[in-house]
Design a binder for this molecule. Sequence first.
Ligand code: MG
Length: 335
Amino acid sequence: MRSFAAVEAFRGAENLIRVVGHRGARGILPENSMIGFEFALETGAHLLEFDVVLTGDEIPVITHNHHLHAPTFRGADGQFLTSEPRIRTLTCAEIQRYEIGRLDGASAYGQRFPDQAQLDGVTVPRLAELLNLVSQPQHSAAYLMLELKSDPDLAGDAAHRQRLVDIIIQEVRTTGLTNRVLLHSFDWNLLAECQRQAPDIPASYLTQLPENADDVGEASSKAISPDFTGQESRIPDLVSEAGGRLWCPHVNDVSKQSVQRARELGLCVAVWTVNTSADINRMIDFGVDAIVSDYPGRVQRILSDRGLYWLDAGDASRPGAKEKDQKKMPLAAQQ
Ligand code: MG
């Protein structure tokens, strides 16, 4: 089986479980924002998950829903929105006039993240901005879990699917990051199109069983997910058969047995969205490869307390790594 650097970056090892910053670090900084991504990268969460949607003028931007999400979007008057226009009816310039640095504490969604910093001057980033950031030499250890969001209204439209995938892949290729990106989605038809257009970029398959409640205040993935009825125990096999390299199950859907089965199939298992200490500990006990969390620091803390690592031994951020690297360096370089 072909090996991909972007898959291996998410694979755990003995005493090593990877930490993936969900939408940057949503628990403490505005989601899907450049400041959130920069913070995650600077604090040792080199693996970033984020969501990509196409604007009306066909520019990929980083935001979660297909509409402006009222609890996080503020207009020129500084007020949170009372209606939610669709992203595809707006140009990129129009979308970037809104602020996304605060959460509406009166909303059910806002109440889920009481520790998130409240910032001004933060706007929806273009995909190109994040790709350019990660292209910088200081972020050479960063890898991207790029989630393509599938508009339920257009899920059956093959031409739209081809166009969406084509535009996103072109952006990734333009920045030379094909070996540092995973194409990630709940929409398995979209992932098939990704594999058709870009067999050199690995695909990451998201799953969520229908019996799990949707996350409060968020657009549901259920309309565009495959129907797993009667095949729940075969999900890792289905991912493998579809050509997936990562399996990304919902935290409530995974078991020690399913992780084991995924391993036998050579899949890397990255579980989302793992935020409570109890869930983080449970995922560590299951031996998952990677933990996707709104609180990457919380995951690091628990891993640290348990004597585990989240970075490779050669990573300059890992304790003891600098000393080891220095010993390996030629004498001339140490001066
Ligand atoms: Mg996502």
